[in-house]
Design a protein around this ligand. Structure first.
Ligand code: GSH
Length: 187
């Protein structure tokens, strides 16, 4: 089994933690934008190859890893909805991040404001929910933790006025596998 990804992607981090949690043997192949453009139809990381199996999204990859290990994947509807909400936050935040990195004027279009508002509103919603991370399905908890860590690491949003989410992130950072998969400083 081969996982293609980067050390900074929150989606890849979630997959790496699922691999470690299940003790799944897998070779990690560091892949940049050029590599993903020619090897995956989505032109994104992560993607996974396992014999005849080729998967191009972290969600299908994580389900594959969990099912191979005899575990369930997001059976609870509430956890699934949290997972989807966090994907929405990350997709918007990562898009804005990459557009900015590619030199676009981030005040150039009102749709960017809508994307920023979507991220803030979704984070406020999660803060208000006071989610009990321990009560979530493991992959909703991990997705939330990987998202919060990435947003703070890339300075895409702040948790200063979101004490509940900050507490969840602090707890995650004390976890061995979470610490082991942290993005390298300065990447
Ligand atoms: N829905 C995808 C999202 C993956 C994604 O957005 N990956 C980013 C890195 S964090 C990427 O490769 N972006 C490259 C691009 O947008 O060109 C998943 O869950 O795997």
């Amino acid at each position: 089994m081969q996982l293609f990804g980067s050390f900074t992607s929150p989606y890849v981090r979630h997959v790496r933690i699922a691999l470690l949690q299940t003790g799944t043997a897998c070779e990690f192949i560091e892949t940049d934008a050029k590599g993903s453009a020619v090897q995956s139809p989505t032109m994104k990381v992560p993607f996974l190859h396992d014999g005849d199996v080729a998967l191009s999204d972290s969600t299908s990859i994580i389900r594959y890893i969990r099912e191979q290990a005899g575990h369930t994947f997001l059976p609870n509807i509430y956890s699934l909805d949290i997972f989807c909400l966090i994907n929405t936050i990350m997709d918007s935040a990562i898009n804005l991040f990459l557009l900015e990195r590619n030199g676009l004027d981030m005040n150039a279009n009102p749709y960017f404001d809508r994307q920023r508002a979507r991220i803030e509103a979704s984070l406020d919603h999660l803060e208000k929910l006071e989610v009990d991370a321990q009560a979530l399905d493991v992959d909703a908890k991990l997705r939330l933790e990987c998202c919060l860590a990435w947003g703070v690491y890339r300075e895409r949003f702040s948790l200063a006025a979101r004490p509940h989410l900050q507490k969840l992130l602090n707890a995650a950072q004390a976890d061995t596998l979470f610490a082991q998969t942290a993005p390298p400083a300065g990447a």
